[in-house]
Design a protein around this ligand. Sequence first.
Ligand code: GH3
Ligand code: MG
Ligand code: MG
Length: 388
Amino acid sequence: MDIRTILYVHVYLLLGMATGLIVIAWHPHFRHFRNLAAAFLAGAGSTLLRLADARLPSVISIVCANGLLLVTFVLLHRCIAGFVQGGSRTKRLEALLVGSGVVLLAFFTLVHPSLAVRSLVVSVGCGVIAVLSAWVLLQGCGEGAERVPCRATAGLLLLFVLTTVLRCAGVLLHTVPREYFASSLINVINLFGFQIVIVGVPLGYFWMTATRLWARQNELARTDPLTGLPNRRALEEWGERAMAQSRSERMSFAVLAIDVDHFKQINDRYGHEGGDVALRALAQALAAAVRKEDLVARLGGEEFVVAFWNEGMGRTQRTAERIRQIVEAMHIDVEGEMVRVTVSGGVAVLESGDTFETVLRRADRALYAAKLAGRNRVMVDASLVPAG
Ligand code: GH3
Ligand code: MG
Ligand code: MG
């Protein structure tokens, strides 16, 4: 196998990818691709210098080329650390690895030439940085959709580390040929290892980025921007899940529809922004008043729904009444003035033949009854009697 030809293809690929990434990274949303573009450029530069060895002094073709290779790994690590931790926490170690690597490479090129020691220096340097990157990925991407791409990328990095271990073993056992471009098995394995990093790790990085963007998009589509609470779509999904569980496990659930009383007056008195402050404070109070398996959603305007997972009428009524009292006791700071609000609520519990929509509709009917009965109270759907 002609290793020089493979390396030329390598350079074309790296330069092509770097150009594409530089164009993409121009967009402010994709600034973080700059490190990746720089890594590709450094990788291409390193390989080109290596290929031009006959025409360049060894300090450039060997020391600079391998130094650039270490820099490529550091830049890839910065991408990964930036993604997982918001930035690298091992900058000193990275500088130390590159700095000591270059000094050792210069020594074993100019003072005491030794291909074997240089191979060890480069393999250990790149291997250690790859282990750092894999460690960051395995530690940082705990739960969620990003876990799979993070683990896959860490797996690729560890595969590369394995190839560097093989190369080091080959060097120590004197089976590595003296000629850098010789078509030996160990050189091919080594080249394969670098291909994994140069093609596989960026692909893993794209996969991680796409997964994160998708998850954020999904979250945004399910979040109310004013209060940060789940919105109607999230409530509908909660309902689908609850209905499915109620069929398979005989789980019950209940909903409480809430509407702020005379909210228009708050807006009239304190302006729309004052009303927004009150809505945010209410949202926080509601979210704090329920268990984590329950859902507080803002349907829009000053209307909220609390969905109680696996709860019957009795406890839901008591919780609804507690929520009403919490709101009644609140003093909301709107531009220095302590504003008080009350809410009306309607409770409905899943019954046989119900869909999630019919339960919601009955809760709404009970809420309407609470408004008619004078507001600042909770009514239950079954008998339309005051709760508590
Ligand atoms: P009731 O007790 O019968 O519910 O009276 P109300 O005044 O609360 O009800 P109404 O439906 O007449 O008014 C609701 C008001 O909520 C009208 C609307 O301007 C206001 N509103 C809707 N969405 C928002 C919002 O996002 N922010 C603010 N500040 N106000 C909102
Ligand atoms: Mg309303
Ligand atoms: Mg209202």
